[in-house]
Design a protein around this ligand. Structure first.
Ligand SMILES: Cc1ncc(COP(=O)(O)O)c(C=O)c1O
Length: 291
């Protein structure tokens, strides 16, 4: 991502980022010397306003970063939404830098559509992908970029100076995964669907308010019912007193959002069941939460 950004973005340029966002995008933009322009994805459905998006492009955006499926909100962009973004990228001559690390973790009937497959987008899409999630090797930090040859030439140079290269033995091992057949990806989606249904089904039974993800493996839960103003303190308190850890939603939002917390459900059944048992005590214990 950083090599892609530095290849197409110059100091002083502007980059559009949907909020909530995976934290690196803001930092990558700033490290490239560019200025982020945030466009809200509005909870609970995480839709965007096409007018606001065009305003952002009109300010002279050089690129937009698209996380699809999205961490943290689990949104999978529809064809119509991608088309709005693509048409604006073409109209304002901007790149779309995609982060599609959750491309194979999508829940039916949602479908992941590649931005690069839209008319006119192959040339101006820079796909950043990682092997972390698809092959369950988070921590290996192996990824790849797909873009037009001119951009790839620049990405290769920047990447060489940033990191020299990924560890060679890990790259050799990863080839094993890249040769897997379709049944592997079907099994992966089924495995995550099982975890999603177990965890979201449990949250639903407990009567919590949350957005069911369309893809990726996170759930944003609304904790307004506990009168939360400081989600960081709430997450600390919940970890200590309820025994379930979550990430404060405010770390992903540019807007002043403090009523959401993010759970991660890529866990064994027994861990998810234990978490749900603990969350069943949340309401009774919440009186003890003081800000
Ligand atoms: C949206 C997104 N992009 C990238 C990454 C990290 O990828 P890698 O493991 O290749 O550094 C993550 C990991 O959490 C992620 O959620």
């Amino acid at each position: 991502m950083m090599a892609s950004m530095m290849s197409v973005v110059n100091p002083g340029d502007k980059v559009v980022i949907f909020s909530p966002f995976y934290e690196n995008y803001g930092a990558d933009t700033i490290l490239s010397g560019a200025q982020p322009i945030y466009v809200p994805l509005v909870p609970p459905a995480f839709d965007f306003d096409a007018e606001l998006l065009e305003d952002a492009f009109r300010q002279g955006a050089k690129a937009l970063i698209l996380c699809n499926p999205s961490n943290p909100c689990g949104k999978v962009f529809t064809y119509d939404e991608l088309k709005i973004i693509a048409d604006l990228a073409i109209k304002y001559d901007a790149y779309v830098i995609t982060d599609e690390v959750y491309e194979h973790i999508v829940y039916a009937p949602n479908k992941h559509i590649y931005m690069a497959s839209l008319p006119g987008m192959r040339e101006r899409t820079i796909v950043c992908n990682s092997l972390s999630k698809t092959y369950s090797i988070t921590g290996w930090r192996l990824g790849y970029v797909i873009a037009n040859p001119q951009v790839i030439d620049r990405v290769k140079k920047v990447h060489d100076f940033l990191t020299v290269g990924a560890a060679a033995p890990l790259m050799e091992a990863a080839v094993t995964g890249l040769k897997f057949g379709d049944d592997y990806y079907e099994g992966l989606a089924a495995h995550y669907t099982h975890m999603k249904e177990l965890f979201c089904g449990g949250l639903k039974n407990l009567g919590f308010t949350f957005t069911e993800p369309q893809g990726a493996y996170y759930v944003l839960m609304d904790v307004s019912e506990f009168g939360v103003k400081d989600d960081v303190k709430f997450c600390e308190w919940m970890t200590e007193h309820v025994g379930v850890a979550a990430v404060p939603g405010s770390s992903f939002f540019r807007e002043d959002v403090h009523n959401l917390i993010r759970f991660h459900f890529a866990k064994k059944d027994e861990t998810l069941n234990a978490a749900l048992d603990n969350l069943a005590t949340l309401r009774a214990k919440a009186d003890g939460f003081k800000e």
